[in-house]
Design a protein around this ligand. Structure first.
Ligand SMILES: NC(=O)c1ccc[n+]([C@@H]2O[C@H](COP(=O)([O-])OP(=O)(O)OC[C@H]3O[C@@H](n4cnc5c(N)ncnc54)[C@H](O)[C@@H]3O)[C@@H](O)[C@H]2O)c1
Ligand SMILES: [Zn+2]
Length: 366
């Protein structure tokens, strides 16, 4: 089975997001974009390279003469300019030119690093995403945001680089561990919450099939989530405005990631941040109390946390103040007007945030 979503961003050629359960036909598909003489460099997360590097290379070799694999150890700590530099060294030593292309094989970290390399090497070369985590399939691979961390700042250096193709092979999810799968689920639940209440209810009603990774359910939720992402990316590709709604749960989420030194995964922090944002939405009378508690409790069956220990709330507020996404001194928040409708709000006060963060801080002695 194959599903294709085409993303059309102004001033950039439209690109397809292909959802399948194998790598078959990828080489042929690429031929529509690049001629056979172009060199392809797979920049792969080393864990993923061991599992799927050869399969992907074999598929590409059916069509292309020159295919390299650059396998890198990747994590938040080496999502860095040093790693980018290693890629430039490889590409220059192997004489890659502007006509050639980079293929990211791995999760969001790999896509962000390889995308930044593709955006900047010789002022931009070809770029294909082959995401292998649930998070990168539904979120990071199709939106064109790339970049790396700088010193203690997450995603501080980056560029927009729309891919020319996103190829999702859902069978790669079989080897993903449960924690990483849950991380992706946080972004999927978020997509439903901000844009499609019916989809959100569908997720809740089918949590057991989804947790069992039943192909039909997995493919359906990936398709729906990519499509929601597409709507925002097409409307506001460079995040001047509405695309920020995709950051629901991320304001507090990013602060928690930073505060905990990345001990919690991105999705875990997004789940916690979503609970805080839903709480504020309830306090502002956008959501009912029942809706707030449903949103909070429904992260649990997907393996996501709704409370966290040992948090200094004032430190979180400090992180929020310094977050680069704040607008003119306000802490920008994405709230839910209702389940299925996210809105941008610049009038959330620090006291409201304190109160919301208190809801997710678990104090065993209380
Ligand atoms: N660019 C964007 O729009 C965007 C959006 C969301 C997140 N991000 C970024 O994405 C990153 C997180 O991405 P992630 O959650 O995919 O994590 P990740 O890239 O670190 O991958 C998670 C782990 O899973 C392993 N892995 C990947 N695919 C696998 C597979 N199929 N089988 C077994 N193991 C596999 C990896 O080796 C890694 O250890 C963060 O740095 C975040 O900032 C970017
Ligand atoms: Zn995210």
């Amino acid at each position: 089975m194959e599903n294709v979503i085409t993303v059309s961003v102004r001033n950039v050629p439209p690109y397809d997001v292909v959802i399948r359960d194998d790598f078959n036909g990828l080489g042929q598909r690429l031929e529509a974009l690049y001629d056979r003489e172009r060199k392809l460099c797979i920049i792969a997360d080393s864990n993923v390279s061991k599992l799927y590097g050869d399969d992907l290379k074999d598929e590409l070799k059916k069509t292309y003469v020159s295919v390299d694999i650059l396998s890198l150890e990747l994590g938040e700590k080496n999502k860095s300019l040093e790693t980018v530099s290693k890629c430039y060294t490889f590409l220059t030593e192997h004489r890659y030119s502007r006509k050639d292309a980079v293929i990211a094989l791995g999760g969001g970290i790999c896509g962000d690093v390889a995308g930044y390399v593709a955006a900047t090497y010789m002022r931009g070369i070809g770029f294909i995403q082959v995401p292998t985590t649930l998070l990168s399939m539904v979120d990071s691979s199709s939106g064109g945001k790339t970049g790396v961390n700088f010193e203690s700042y997450k995603n501080m250096v980056g560029a927009f680089k729309m891919p020319e193709l996103v190829y999702i092979n859902t069978s790669t999810l079989k080897t993903l561990n449960d924690r990483e799968y849950s991380t992706g689920m946080a972004e999927i639940l978020k997509a439903g919450l901000i844009r499609d209440g019916i989809f959100y209810e569908w997720l809740i009603n089918n949590f057991s099939e989804i947790n069992d990774r039943e192909t039909e359910y997995v493919n359906e939720m990936i398709l729906k989530s990519v499509n929601i992402k597409r709507l925002y990316v097409e409307k506001d590709p460079y995040e001047k405005n509405e695309r920020a709604i995709l950051n629901f749960g991320h304001t507090v989420g990013h602060a928690l990631e930073k505060y905990t030194g990345f001990k919690y995964s991105h999705g875990e922090c997004v789940a916690l941040g979503s609970v805080a944002a839903a709480y504020i939405s309830w306090k502002k009378d956008f959501l009912s109390m029942e809706e707030y508690y449903e949103i909070r409790d429904m992260f649990v069956p997907f393996g996501l946390p709704i409370s966290i220990q040992d948090i200094d709330i004032e430190k979180i507020i400090e992180y929020l103040r310094s977050d680069k996404k704040n607008s003119e001194g306000h802490i920008r928040f994405i709230l839910l007007k209702k389940i299925g409708k996210g809105i941008i709000s610049d009038d959330v006060t620090e006291d409201e945030i304190r109160d919301a963060v208190r809801q997710i801080v678990y104090e065993p002695n209380e």
